[in-house]
Write a protein that binds this ligand. Structure first.
Ligand SMILES: [Zn+2]
Length: 215
């Protein structure tokens, strides 16, 4: 299956394309961003202790040219990467590939800054050690008996937005500006997280049922 076919059926930005995310693995994640009258992506920052490489598999009216390739900074801004997110037909289809650490200490953070004074509203930082790393925690992002693992950034995105959109965080402590509500819809992290949870539950439901039926 190609990146184009995978992303046609994807449910979230930064969707791991393959099921391999253990220590030392290269993890290509797809993102498909597109413009439209009602599209609003907002802005946030991602910090990652492991390296990320971005490849643009096709774009139009975007900041990233088709075929371009770049290494992101450990702390980098994220938005729609479109010149005008309200424009129908603007799009960017990219992969962001990270290499999972084999050593302890893989971490990442999501940060929101005030749209008015640019001071941090919140920095949500967490351990993201992969399976096989010395500091791996099987219950950090999902359940210990998960067959299909949650991806740390998807879990982090959901937790980040919960905090980011609370009144205590959204109203800037520095300047009092009431920041916009971050819209999860174009990012879909909650969809991917919830659907992974349900896939695990469905798998276990069938296992349990099979045991009952077959004895
Ligand atoms: Zn402010």
């Amino acid at each position: 299956m190609s990146i184009y076919e995978s992303m046609a059926k994807s449910n979230a930005q930064l969707m791991p394309i393959f099921p391999y995310d253990e220590a030392g693995a290269m993890v290509p994640c797809g993102a498909m961003l597109y413009g439209g009258e009602d599209r609003f992506h907002g802005h946030f920052f991602h910090w990652n202790t492991v390296s990320e490489i971005l490849v643009a598999w096709g774009s139009s009216d975007a900041m990233i040219a088709t075929g371009s390739f770049m290494a992101t900074q450990p702390f980098h801004g994220v938005n729609s990467f479109l010149k005008d997110e309200k424009k129908d037909g603007a799009f960017a289809l990219v992969t962001i590939t990270q290499r999972q650490s084999s050593e302890a200490g893989q971490r990442e953070a999501l940060t929101a800054k005030c749209a008015s004074c640019k001071k941090d509203l919140i920095k949500f930082e967490y351990d993201s050690a992969p399976l096989g790393a010395p500091d791996y925690d099987a219950t950090a992002f999902g359940d210990a008996d998960d067959v299909f693992r949650q991806f740390s950034t998807q879990w982090g995105g959901v937790e980040f937005v919960k905090l980011r959109n609370s009144d205590e965080v959204r109203v800037c402590a520095n300047c009092g500006h009431e920041n916009y509500l971050f819209d999860l819809k174009p990012w879909g992290w909650d969809r991917l997280y919830n659907q992974t949870k349900i896939s695990n539950a469905a798998y276990h439901a069938l296992q349990t049922s099979a045991k009952e039926v077959l004895g």
